[in-house]
Design a protein around this ligand. Structure first.
Ligand code: HEM
Length: 538
């Protein structure tokens, strides 16, 4: 992926400089050859000396040098989390890389993660979004890519108080139950056949989130619109892929107008797809509002999030500060942030359990003891499912879906680990490396859920050995819903069915780096009935 970036750049350079070989003067071939070799190598030498002395003077973190203009870009491999961890082993827990015109710093230890996300949380609370991220959020009008400003604070407060508060989560319990039961029923109807675990979890989470946001889900909608939502997972995967993939336009801004990899255009296409869905939903709601028909979710009389956002827009006198674009950016953000992470994690947990039969047995024994094979899973059971909780946490440790969280960017020059981090640097917290660091974990590569049973662990980002949802003011605001849905989906799938792997498919646990890092090969598993009575599946 990254070597593709390098080769595109080199190709561009070759194209622009090919005139050198076409000049009419053919008399002194030797001189031209000497110049061709000498000029670039002298330039590289001078550049290298200059970089060395300027980074020493600036006291930047150590790190490997790359080439002029493109920096270290051509030397990065596609599995970036592994490459960064390898560089950290050579250069230490904090290192810097010049990628094109931008300085990147990667922190790889719990102490330095704490220095960034706790001790200097406010300084590091900006984002510096990639161009593809800006395209899909109308220029960063959302929550994920917004800088630490009033708009971001207001959006976060609104999401926390109107969607993800304890009161709202309690009120929407029946909605989660409805969707999880529907998923169990769909799997039951396909007993003995191959099930794509990620797709099952994705659809369930999508239905829950869209119901909470605008009061209806994929399964409630028919016709063209139902079909549009049916293809949403593909659109979303493409969005996540384009956000995580290195883009020359980000690293060498003067090349951005050429969009050499076509990524910006591709993201524009995804935005058009997403817009069709959101325009439909919003237009329909505005019409309903003007005809004074109240649309609320679950018939409990409370307004859904879209209704609250539209009310807020109408109340604001200043369309600059809150308008339809802000609403769409926020909705896109929440749907994308919630679904891909949850389904990716559900898939990883099931894969680890299927890979460890003794863990599967312990999880199912616990489910039988707490719930019994004559009953179905309910949210009230969750606090008693301690072993399943430990299994989920151990999976988060080995497979954090966002291995570098979302990068941060200091709004002024500051110090981390004694080194200078200039204003505007892109800073990654390498959670993937921290959660596999032998300094923090005994036998870190072993899958051992018991390590989460013996001590009190949570996802709140206070223990810097374990940060799958991030930490500090930018910590994931969807944590309470994400955690609930994961436990609900997994407990229900594991309690309702026995699972086996298809004999004709190779099973492996390797990952593929991306903004959300997924299983390289989708997990396919075959269910069989586990509960005592078929009526428990309806
Ligand atoms: C398994 C589920 C999930 C995981 C692992 C996860 C993980 C993360 C991580 C690592 C971050 C970046 C934190 C940082 O930069 O320090 C984040 C940010 C975010 N997440 Fe989640 N997330 C999950 C579910 C959700 C859900 C259900 C929602 C919404 C309902 C959500 C909405 C967001 C938003 C809006 C942000 C950006 C926050 C900001 O920049 O201020 N996430 N998430």
């Amino acid at each position: 992926m990254i070597s593709e970036v390098g080769s595109k750049i080199i190709l561009t350079i070759i194209t622009y400089w090919s005139w050198w070989w076409e000049v009419p003067n053919q008399q002194d071939k030797f001189a031209r050859t000497v110049l061709t070799v000498l000029v670039p190598s002298s330039l590289i030498f001078v550049w290298y000396k200059w970089r060395l002395s300027s980074s020493r003077k600036a006291h930047l973190p150590p790190g490997p040098y790359g080439l002029p203009v493109i920096g270290y870009l051509p030397f990065l491999s596609s599995n970036l989390h592994e490459k960064f961890t390898e560089i950290a082993h050579k250069y230490g827990p904090i290192f810097s890389l010049q990628l094109g015109s931008k300085l990147h710093v990667v922190v790889n230890s719990m102490d330095l993660a704490k220095a960034v996300a706790r001790e200097q949380d406010n300084t590091f609370a900006n984002r510096n979004p990639p161009i593809t991220g800006l395209i899909i959020t109308y220029g960063g009008m959302d929550l994920v890519w917004s800088n630490n400003n009033t708009h971001w604070r207001n959006m976060r407060k609104l999401l926390a108080s109107q969607v993800l508060s304890n009161a709202n989560l309690n009120a929407s319990q029946s909605l989660r139950t409805h969707e999880v039961r529907k998923a169990v029923n769909e799997v039951y109807n396909k007993i003995g056949t191959k099930i794509d675990i990620n797709k099952t979890a994705f659809d369930t989470e999508l239905n829950v989130v869209t119901n909470m946001l605008w009061g209806c889900s994929k399964s409630d909608e028919g016709g063209d619109f139902g079909e549009m939502l049916e293809g949403f997972q593909e659109v979303e995967s493409k969005i996540i892929e384009l956000i995580g993939k290195p883009n020359i336009s980000d690293f060498i801004p003067f090349l951005s107008r050429f969009d050499l990899q076509g990524m910006n255009k591709e993201m524009q296409r995804q935005l058009e797809q997403v817009e069709r869905i959101f325009n439909y939903i919003i237009d329909r709601r505005i019409k309903l509002k003007s005809s004074k028909v109240d649309e609320t979710y679950e018939g409990d009389g409370r307004k859904d999030f879209l209704e609250i956002l539209l009310d807020l827009k109408d109340q604001k006198n200043d369309p600059e500060s809150f308008n339809i674009i802000h609403i769409k950016a926020l909705l896109i953000n929440i749907v994308v942030a919630a679904t891909d992470t949850t389904s990716t994690m559900a898939e990883w947990v099931m894969a680890e359990i299927l890979n460890n039969p003794d863990v599967m047995k312990k999880v199912q024994d616990e489910l039988t003891e707490v719930i019994g094979v004559n009953s179905i899973v309910e949210e009230s059971h969750f606090p008693k499912l301690r072993y399943l909780d430990a299994v989920i946490k151990e999976t988060f440790r080995l497979h954090p879906p966002l291995p570098f969280l979302v990068h941060r960017c200091p709004d002024e020059s500051c110090k981390v680990g004694g080194y200078t981090i200039p204003k505007g640097t892109i800073v990654y917290i390498n959670v993937w490396a921290i959660q596999r660091d032998p300094e923090n974990w005994t036998n870190p590569l072993e899958f051992k859920p018991e390590r989460f049973l013996n001590q009190k662990w949570d996802y709140n980002g206070n223990n810097f050995k374990f940060l799958p949802f991030g930490s500090g003011r930018r910590i994931c605001p969807g944590l309470p819903l994400g955690e609930k849905m994961l436990v609900y989906i997994l407990a229900s799938l594991l309690h309702s069915f026995e699972w086996s792997l298809p004999k004709d498919e190779e099973f492996e646990l390797s990952d593929e780096f991306g903004f959300v890092t997924k299983k390289r090969k989708p997990l396919i598993a075959i269910p069989s009935q586990r509960l005592s009575d078929a009526s428990l599946y309806f």
